[in-house]
Write a protein that binds this ligand. Sequence first.
Ligand code: PLP
Length: 382
Amino acid sequence: MSEYKFGTKAIHAGAHPDPSTGAIMTPIYQTSTYVQESPGVNKGYGYARGKNPTREALQENIAAIENGKHCVCFSSGVAATDAVLKLLKPGDEVITGDDLYGGTYRLFTKIYEKFGIRFHFIDLTNAENIHSVLNENTKLIWVETPTNPTMQIIDIVACAKISKATNLMLVVDNTFASPYLQNPLDLGADIVMHSATKYLGGHSDVVMGALITNSSELHEQLYFVLNSSGANPGPMDSFLVMRGIKTLHLRMERHCHNGRIIAEYLRNHPKIAKVYWPGFTDHPNHEIAKKQMRDFGGMISIVLKEGSIENTFKVASSFKVFSLAESLGGVESLINHPATMTHASIPKAERERVGVVDSLLRLSVGVEDVEDLIADLEQALN
Ligand SMILES: *Cc1c(COP(=O)(O)O)cnc(C)c1O
């Protein structure tokens, strides 16, 4: 499908009419096993932890929209991250950013440190900082960009230059940008990770993860982990994500449109001290964002001028169209208080060092009519 543009791939990649009926939509193969003609003689499917046709259609689709050759899907984004970490062994070291998704931070520090893997959380907005912790045990660079929730942009090309020169694996969590805005494999990453729960699924009705790579060797290893550790997604969920992706390009256009209008409105609001959004020309990493992203998305963080936690909770609970909830990337607008919600698993001192203060709120701007979203923000802030 590589000859087609994004929207065409989103709709058609992996979607082959069902051979037995001609059904245009991929059937939900709700089965755990497959009947064999004689022992070992089957139609390519043995047991559904290993392979399921609905999941395979989705994997083909996600690989195509990320400009990758292979994709393996998992039961959640965290399970996908977990599978990458399982490629390592005790003594190995990982270099990663200091503003990470809370669940990724928790997995690294609370699960994998126990197994003897060491993590360096550094400021990756300057890729040269990698050299300060790099040593012969380093195996992996884990990048999340834009970062969550302070919307820093990390230069993927600069990280890839270092990872290639030093023979490391570069993994990019592309959840916030989505494949519509950013394709890290094209910029030199070895693996792209997605929480498909967010923009890919897009309707807040499913939890799933995905890993995409161009390397057949990495694909084989990751698939081995999937089958051996068993964090496989179900066929119904695979169908839902595939259905979601068919409108990813339409949704992202509106997320970006609404995001831009709301970011500019918030920036001029007297009750707001700071707005984090990579589309501002004076955002410290705006030039890199412009280089590696097609647009700037609908994720925006704000810091309130009146910084008490009581006032922040009052504002967060006053919305009528925005819903107070964890997660992001769905059609409906959400507001989230990272300090007590998505990032509660990160120690307070660590959090505040990177700007995740108690008065910070994160918006996932949905695809509603932007006038209604602005009116809702106006009444909640006042
Ligand atoms: C949600 C999220 C994850 C984890 O994905 P789940 O599907 O919730 O397990 C990882 N990274 C980022 C950036 C996320 O937003």
